[in-house]
Design a binder for this molecule. Structure first.
Ligand code: HEM
Ligand code: CA
Length: 538
């Protein structure tokens, strides 16, 4: 019902995720040659639009701790919260032992009530709307949306910092490491916004695009109310996000073959007529707790920030986690968008930046937490089956021996797992080699493609669905225009204009990759949506 998985060998508990993490996920630098860091950053932004599990808390909302205050030991079961599932750190740990850490806090996710009110095995709750609907921009509840709106001209609230529009400042004193003078901590539709600075940049980009749309719509339709402009701008921004996701992001991630195999490409003309009410659109646990966490392997631990003709700064990622004050620096937002669209992504492999496995959220401390351990433990918390079962599900032969994982990983896996049927999904999925034009192995590729199939075919409000099913459908002319949206156009239109005078057509592909040369933002090569199609003559 809710007990974590045990070994297929003799039913003993599985090995500690931290031991698996140190054996298999060292740091290393292997950049991809075609894909930009933007795929990583948009990936995280998009994942936050569709999934967020909820950590259990005490009844009064305070956080649960499953370790002794000094982190040396786990609290004994009889005095700790029932949702505790702390991660054991061995005394010989190559990193945490220096700090005498023997326990990494881990609290199990809140369960969802079953829709038919029966009892049965646990499923976890999703805190955000699973549809690709801009909830990361607008929030997932009407109350959150109201909090973010300015109620003037259809716009979202902003913090005007010496003439530049940034996200509104957070009122929560705990949302960042510091709220000191000159620093900043931001508010958006998603509670994870300040997790790291390039995520803040994407939230800023989308907020600005909403306000740009609202200003234009208000200019074209001088009689529209705040409410009308807000809803219309939101409908357009959501469509833009769906176009960027299905036309640019997914092909770069999954490859053209998967787009065809799973029939998730966007149509070029007409409505798509492919809404199917039998399709279950909610996010699968396999997607949220393992496959889409492929992104953690693509994170670059050092952000290279360029000045006009030289490198300005090399920022270590943990220094920007819950500490996004640099956003207030004059050039920084443009510089960061430029870094994201010109620097390569790290390959999806067994290499993980130390900024995530040693220093994540360290907030000035000499050590942080290990995201790889959290991912493995989360998979067990959420009741995922072992990797082998999913291999079979996507049509691959089950592995029968550790040797099947190859000479590089087989022996390492054998040293930390008792049975080949014990390997966790997130671990096995990351170790696969790339499949058919994708940057992912076949198992993650298929789990992710399946999810985006559901999120399109199962969403009656998806932007290209026809009037017979979609109460908020567009006209065919509007649809044609919306299909030209791109992340590059959005960046061109919403940068500060200090550095970003040009963009490559596809923001997920490195400039200079054939067919992806730079174009002037002011020219017509990077297409624009024609907002005159929203002119209302009534
Ligand atoms: C610096 C970058 C990132 C940091 C610091 C970060 C951190 C985290 C943390 C702390 C969690 C929760 C772990 C747990 O307790 O289960 C998480 C979950 C997750 N992350 Fe990341 N992440 C980053 C980038 C990414 C990227 C690039 C992607 C995808 C492309 C991604 C996808 C996800 C997903 C799907 C989840 C599960 C969300 C849920 O359902 O709760 N993350 N991440
Ligand atoms: Ca959503």
């Amino acid at each position: 019902i809710w007990l974590p998985r045990v070994s297929e060998d003799q039913g003993q508990p599985l090995n500690s995720p931290r031991i698996i993490s140190t054996a298999l996920f060292p740091d290393g630098d292997v950049p991809n040659r075609e894909i930009t860091l933007m795929l990583m950053q948009y990936g995280q932004f998009l994942s936050h639009d569709i999934t967020q599990s909820i950590d259990s808390t005490f009844v009064n909302g305070s956080a649960i701790s499953c370790c002794t205050p000094d982190g040396s030991l786990q609290l004994p079961p009889h005095i700790r919260h029932f949702a505790c599932m702390p991660i054991y750190i061995p005394p010989k740990d190559p990193f945490f032992s220096f700090f005498k850490q023997g326990c990494m806090n881990f609290v199990r996710s809140v369960m969802a009530p079953r829709s038919d009110c029966t009892l049965g095995y646990a499923q976890q709750m999703n805190k955000v709307t699973h549809f690709v609907d801009g909830s990361s921009v607008y929030g997932s509840t009407p109350e959150q949306t109201a909090e973010l709106r300015s109620f003037q001209g259809g716009m979202l609230k902003v913090f005007v910092d010496f003439g530049r529009e940034l996200l509104p400042l957070s009122k929560d004193p705990e949302a960042c490491i510091t709220q000191e003078q000159g620093s900043a901590c931001f508010e958006s539709g998603d509670s994870r916004t300040n997790q790291m600075i390039s995520l803040v940049a994407l939230h800023t980009l989308f907020m600005r695009e909403h306000n740009r749309l609202a200003r234009e719509l208000g200019r074209i339709n001088s009689r529209w109310s705040d409410q009308k402009i807000f809803l219309e701008a939101r409908r357009i921004l959501t469509a833009e996000m769906q176009v960027v996701t299905y036309k640019e992001f997914l092909p770069a991630l999954l490859g053209e073959a998967a787009m065809k195999e799973f029939d998730i490409g966007l149509k070029e003309f007409d409505y798509s007529y492919d809404y199917d009410q039998r399709v279950e659109p909610s996010v699968t646990n396999e997607f949220a707790s393992a496959a889409f966490r492929f992104g953690h392997s693509t994170v670059e631990g050092l952000l290279k920030i360029y000045g006009v003709d030289k490198m300005d700064e090399m920022i270590s990622l943990p220094e920007t986690m819950f500490y996004p004050g640099r956003m207030r620096k004059h050039l920084f937002y443009d510089q960061l968008l430029s870094t994201l669209t010109t620097e390569p992504i790290q390959e999806v492999d067994n290499l993980l930046s130390e900024s995530l496995t040693k220093y994540m959220f360290r907030a000035g401390n000499p050590f942080g937490v290990d995201l790889a351990s959290l991912n493995i433990q989360r998979g067990r918390d959420h009741g995922l089956r072992p990797y082998n079962d999913y291999r079979q599900l996507v049509g691959q032969a089950r592995y029968t021996s550790f040797k099947d994982f190859g000479a590089q990983f087989g022996p390492k896996l054998a040293s930390v797992y008792s049975s080949v049927d014990d390997v966790d999904l997130w671990v096995g999925g990351l170790l696969e080699s790339k499949h058919a034009g994708s940057i992912l192995g076949v198992t993650f590729r298929d789990i992710i493609a399946d999810q985006f199939f559901r999120l399109k075919k199962g969403d009656k409000y998806f932007f290209d669905h026809d009037p017979s099913v979609n109460p908020s459908h567009f006209t065919l002319e509007q649809l044609q225009s919306l299909r030209k949206s791109s992340l590059s156009r959005m960046i061109c239109d919403n940068s500060d204009g200090f550095l970003l005078a040009r963009q490559a057509l596809n923001a997920f592909k490195l400039p200079g990759v054939p067919g992806n040369e730079f174009h002037d933002c002011n020219g017509n090569e990077i297409p624009r949506i024609n907002l005159m199609l929203w002119q209302d003559f009534e």
